[in-house]
Design a protein around this ligand. Structure first.
Ligand SMILES: [Zn+2]
Length: 63
């Protein structure tokens, strides 16, 4: 499972998302940037910043 935490890009934001693949994470993150952070224009470097912060989530017990 892959995990993206918006707080790693936008300090103070606690939104995060999980998905099986990076493309889905990027899709959701872009949607979040638009809806929550008012990023009406998603620049290429924004996509790169999101991708760079996607992490593998360890198989920890659900909480
Ligand atoms: Zn956010």
């Amino acid at each position: 499972m892959r995990l993206f935490e918006c707080g790693s890009l936008v300090p103070g934001c606690d939104w995060h998302t999980r998905a099986e693949n990076d493309a889905e994470i990027v899709r959701r993150a872009v949607e979040h940037m638009r809806n929550t952070h008012g990023e009406t224009v998603i620049r290429e470097n924004m996509i790169e910043n999101i991708k760079a912060r996607i992490a593998n989530e360890s198989e920890a017990p659900a909480h």
